[in-house]
Design a protein. Structure first.
Length: 276
């Protein structure tokens, strides 16, 4: 019960805060920078489609339907800024808790293990909620701004529309949790929120670029199977997992989250950090 009360308090502080609202709105706004269509040798963003292409012009194209544009809403800018936006509601609050000395008073009441577990769970949940809230708002905008699927196009879908939407939202929630992992791991070794968020952003960028380079090298050498396997370690691959592609890989991300919990717990277990 003590853990539940602590988690409830941490989650309330993370979600009922202006940082959460700002992060969710910014993530939703970044979805409009995703590629919506490729025409005449250039990429057209979803925002350009909404502003400069009338509904009559795109109503007969499946690739420009609100449903398809919703599925295509996670673009490179969403990926790039996801660690900062997902961690913004939770990590700075924990840093203030440490630097202000409140953690030193809290640990004797709830224990080191429960404090770490509550922070870990609340940060992961808040990160997932930021992304799913922002992505959901983007989906509502797609529903309002773009035409829906025609009955002829809908019958060619492998799964019902509602199933595709739910699996995409589930992937968004899990993607937000994945994006929170690096900043959360750094929260155990630093009290500086700016350093944590910026370093998490940089490490996330390096990780994604390294996977891109390795996958492209394998693809160019003709090893298509291994190239695909490497890309399934990409953070956005969780969307494909929730669509039924190698769902067992979600367990790998779960293992990574468990490692982050251990890294967060280690400084306190070694008595390197008691909130001072």
């Amino acid at each position: 019960m003590k853990l539940f009360r602590l988690l409830k308090s941490d989650q309330y502080r993370a979600v009922v805060h202006v940082d959460f609202l700002g992060a969710a709105l910014l993530f939703g706004a970044l979805c409009f920078t995703a590629e919506g269509y490729w025409e005449a040798g250039r990429s057209i963003t979803v925002l350009e489609l909404a502003l400069f292409h009338p509904v009559e012009e795109i109503s007969s194209r499946f690739l420009l339907s609100g449903y398809h544009l919703f599925l295509a809403g996670i673009g490179p800018y969403n990926l790039m800024f996801a660690p900062i936006l997902a961690a913004l509601p939770s990590v700075p609050g924990f840093c203030r808790e440490r630097s202000g000395g409140y953690l030193r008073l809290l640990i004797p009441r709830c224990g080191e293990a429960q404090r770490c577990l509550s922070l870990w769970l609340s940060a992961l949940l808040a990160g997932g909620l930021v992304v799913i809230a922002g992505y959901g708002l983007y989906g509502l905008c797609c529903w309002v701004l773009f035409p829906g699927l025609t009955p002829e196009a809908a019958q060619w879908l492998a799964a019902p529309v509602w199933s595709g939407i739910l699996s995409q939202l589930a992937g968004a929630f899990f993607f937000g949790m994945v994006a929170t992992l690096l900043p959360l791991a750094l929260a155990g070794v630093s009290k500086n929120a700016c350093f944590i968020l910026c370093t998490g952003f940089a490490l996330f960028y390096i990780y994604c670029n390294s996977l891109d380079a390795l996958s492209n090298r394998l693809f160019d050498s003709g090893d298509l199977e291994r190239s695909f396997q490497v890309m399934m370690l990409y953070p956005t691959s969780v969307f494909q997992c929730f669509s039924g592609h190698q769902t067992w890989r979600l367990a790998l991300w779960g293992g990574g989250a468990a490692v982050v919990l251990g890294l967060l717990r280690l400084p306190m277990a070694r008595r390197l950090d008691k909130g001072a």
